[in-house]
Design a protein around this ligand. Structure first.
Ligand code: AMP
Length: 190
């Protein structure tokens, strides 16, 4: 198995690049944001609880997303590996993921981190909001809150993988193809 964490702030291009990585490397995509949005669309109890937090740009509780990931990994044990997109977002999630992968006799091989400056992120998210219909992309105060939550709760996850020598920073500015090339190189080195 090859397990990669695709990391970066909101608007860094994780979703776009995940699609290309899956096509190229045959990995299974695990996006907690996508799973949560499908729970909202299905109007499940979990979706209804998550919606108000997501609308505000706050994180949903660790145990909720860890449970979702556990389910998805258990359902895909025959996979070539996983690309984790938008997860882990807290150090507690990263620790839970390590423990979970250990149960399946595997591990995270690399964190590929897309680095994009804050002004570019805001511009990209406001543009995405015009076409995606995502309510959390349509209001600058919500976007700013997500960036604040990222800095406070999610950035420490980068240090967590750095201390395991698994961190690889990538310049996340350029064309989609250029960035994908950089990511592909990093994954091949993993
Ligand atoms: P994303 O699509 O990854 O930008 O996620 C959209 C929203 O879903 C986030 O702003 C959070 O409210 C929630 N979310 C997604 N993934 C996680 C996670 N790993 N932990 C907590 N909340 C999450």
């Amino acid at each position: 198995m090859l397990n990669i964490v695709l990391f970066g702030p909101p608007g860094a291009g994780k979703g776009t690049q995940s699609e290309k990585i899956i096509a190229q490397f045959g990995l299974t995509h695990l996006s907690t944001g996508d799973i949560l949005r499908s729970e909202i669309a299905a109007q499940s109890e979990l979706g209804l609880k998550a919606k108000s937090l997501m609308d505000k740009g706050e994180l949903v509780p660790d145990e909720v997303v860890i449970g979702m990931i556990e389910h998805k990994i258990s359902d895909n044990t025959g996979s070539e590996g996983f690309i984790f997109d938008g997860f882990p977002r807290t150090v507690a999630q990263a620790e839970a993921l390590d423990a979970l992968l250990k149960k399946f006799d595997t591990q995270i091989h690399q964190m590929v981190a897309l680095e994009v400056d804050e002004q570019e992120l805001k511009t990209r998210l406001l543009e995405r909001g015009k076409v995606s219909g995502r309510s959390d992309d349509q209001d600058i105060s919500k976007i700013e809150n997500r960036i604040r939550v990222y800095k406070e709760q999610t950035l420490p996850v980068a240090s967590y993988y750095q201390s395991q020598s698994k961190y690889k920073g990538i310049d996340g500015v350029g064309s989609i193809e250029e960035i994908f090339e950089r990511i592909s190189e990093a994954i091949k080195e993993a």
